[in-house]
Design a protein around this ligand. Structure first.
Ligand SMILES: Cc1cc2nc3c(=O)[nH]c(=O)nc-3n(C[C@H](O)[C@H](O)[C@H](O)COP(=O)(O)OP(=O)(O)OC[C@H]3O[C@@H](n4cnc5c(N)ncnc54)[C@H](O)[C@@H]3O)c2cc1C
Length: 372
């Protein structure tokens, strides 16, 4: 089977790329396993995403989803008292609390177009030849593509084949979606971030009135098997005075042990080649503290698709430009992230904060020519 372009994945980066490719006229095959039924974490969408959603031509449709506006952040970071900040940005508009599954389904449903086929498979292997990339799927089908956009998330199925993937850290996230038992109480909408000795907590009310509570820490700093032990989890929640008070005072109940997910940062050394480019988490998985992962996925999905079209037409400068922009953005992000963690002086001697304040990022390669 042949295609001009293969998009690997069906997450946010892949949908952005597919939406961008709608008008391209090229034959596109999207390859990704069926979406999982389980709930995904990540519901704060930064205002920087607004202009990308507009660029993709689905802004009015996005507004009709009726997600919550999230312009208030309550934070106990540098000190233990809660401060309230407005996050509204006049230039970019509002931040959002989205229903994550609904948002991904919404993007997918608008990303379908007539030149596209969807294969419900995993890519297992790939190799380069003069005409592009040859992809082997889990059912042994072989697809020949002139160009591949790797939006396969943390698994980075194409990028990993051609360059090194660096793990920066092994931070972990434990989270619960919790329900309100006392619905008479109007919960305070907004994000709350609370630094504690062993990590930081994030909580937010979702569009369906559930609350998410999540703890970012290292596995060795909390009780073993926390994700299977409700009693231990309740005691860890109790050690976060502001988060536990928020849960209790708004009438929510923690009734299950948390889900655990990898929240460590991963950086792809090379983000493109002569016949491929990475986008979203396949390119870089950010620290969730920034709440920029989905925005990065939307933006890089678009720019990768743009660079792919130009590249197929013989103009490789767009790939080089994409690499340079990403390289500068990652450097700026690193500086900002370290400053943010180092600003928590009250816990400076605690292992979590020592580790976060001294994260070592891999040396990035100077941006080179596409195909080198
Ligand atoms: C704990 C946590 C909290 C977060 N919170 C937020 C938040 O509040 N706000 C925010 O903006 N970001 C957040 N993020 C980040 C955000 O979720 C990700 O950056 C974003 O989902 C990346 O989208 P993606 O499309 O690149 O990857 P994914 O959503 O991971 O999609 C990858 C796709 O590739 C497919 N795939 C995998 N392997 C293969 C293969 N071999 N062949 C073909 N397809 C394959 C998968 O099935 C999937 O469809 C959070 C992340 C974590 C870990």
């Amino acid at each position: 089977m042949n295609a001009d372009i293969v998009v690997a994945g069906s997450g946010i980066a892949a949908s952005a790329a597919m939406l961008y490719l709608r008008q391209s006229g090229y034959s596109v095959i999207q390859i990704a396993p069926p979406e999982k039924a389980s709930e995904k974490i990540g519901e704060t969408l930064s205002c920087s995403a607004n202009r990308i959603i507009k660029e993709l031509g689905i802004w009015e449709l996005f507004l009709s989803r009726k997600y919550l506006i999230h312009d208030t952040v309550f934070s106990a970071w540098e000190n233990s008292s809660l401060t309230r900040q407005s996050r509204f940005s006049a230039g970019e508009g509002s931040n959002w609390s989205i229903d994550r599954r609904d948002f991904e389904d919404f993007l997918r449903s608008h990303a379908n177009h007539s030149h596209q086929r969807r294969l419900l498979n995993k890519i297992q292997n790939c190799s380069e030849n003069v005409d592009g990339l040859s992809l082997e799927l889990d059912d042994h089908t072989v697809i020949q593509a002139r160009f591949v956009i790797d939006c396969s998330g943390r698994s980075a199925v194409i990028g990993r084949r051609f360059s090194q993937r660096h793990r920066v850290d092994n931070m972990i996230c434990y989270y619960n979606f919790i329900k309100q038992s006392d619905t008479e109480i109007e919960p305070t909408v907004g994000i709350m971030i609370e630094a504690v000795a062993y990590g930081w907590w994030y909580s937010a009310v979702l569009p369906d009135n559930r609350m998410i509570i999540s703890l970012y820490t290292y596995p060795d700093l909390v009780p073993q098997h926390l994700n299977r032990d409700l009693k231990a989890w309740l005691s860890v929640v109790d050690q976060a005075p502001l988060t536990s008070r928020r849960v209790e005072s708004a009438g929510y109940l923690v009734q299950e042990a948390p889900v655990a997910v990898d929240a460590g940062m991963l950086i792809q050394e090379d983000i493109s080649g002569r016949h491929w480019v990475a986008a979203g988490d396949a390119l870089v998985s950010l620290d969730p503290l920034s709440s920029h992962g989905m925005t990065q996925a939307l933006w890089s999905g678009c720019r990768a698709a743009e660079a792919c079209i130009k590249s197929i037409n013989g103009d490789y400068s767009a790939i080089d430009q994409f690499r340079q922009t990403m390289s500068l953005a990652i450097k700026a992000y690193q500086t900002e992230l370290l400053q943010k963690y180092r600003s928590v002086q009250r816990y400076a001697e605690e292992p979590f904060w020592k580790r976060r304040g001294s994260l070592i990022f891999p040396m990035e390669k100077a941006p080179g020519k596409a195909g080198t």
